[in-house]
Design a protein around this ligand. Sequence first.
Ligand code: PGA
Length: 255
Amino acid sequence: MQNLGEAMTDIRPLVAGNWKMNGLKEALREAWAVAEGVAAKAPNADVMLCPPATMVAVMAEATAERLMIGGQDCHVAASGAHTGDISAEMLGDAGAAAIIVGHSERRADHGERSQDVAAKAVAVHRCGMTAIICVGETAGERAAGLTLKVIERQLAGSLPDGVTAANTVIAYEPVWAIGTGLTPTAGDVANVHAFIRGYVRSNTTDGDGMRLLYGGSVKAANAAELMAVANVNGALVGGASLKADDFLGIINVYV
Ligand code: PGA
């Protein structure tokens, strides 16, 4: 018997590593080691690495067919006079299958509002790619009891029309858990994920099948507990995705 509110369809989990602004050419050996590990272990999950844009093409070539490669953020336009920006088309052309949008570091460092995130998700969908849309509350919002209100507002603003289980993954990442070593309790994650499941069930055509990831200080030592939570269909991993051994330790949950 599944927990009340848990999706009733089989969902193939996704473990995605977000390298953020980390990774020079020499880091390619870590991606290669992840690819080797995935080939050897054949986990019951899709495995993705999202390196900086400079490494998308080379990583996609080096790990072809073993790993999915994703980009981090994109411009809403396909091309044009936007110095320093990168379009979803360009990331797709380089070999990315997905793009992370709405990460809290983009929302905080670049003032991205949910409406901007939705426009970027449209750009990702336009290219036939998967948008990994991030939401999450700050420590202050949690302390004030506003977590679910914040998540609802971010979902309402950040999910464009046309979101489906095939073209969108939602990552719940409490801002206070990112890079801090802190994690919510399994019960807290269960509450938020049940809420997100309910939201996508009501507001998209196939929300029951949509992958909902947890992110924020996931590591090998806590992955089994967090990934066992109802409606958690994988992880978005920052720091622990930079070293192959650490990342494979998380992927092991699905072996
Ligand atoms: P972290 O980052 O795993 O280093 O906490 C997660 C994220 O920001 O996606």
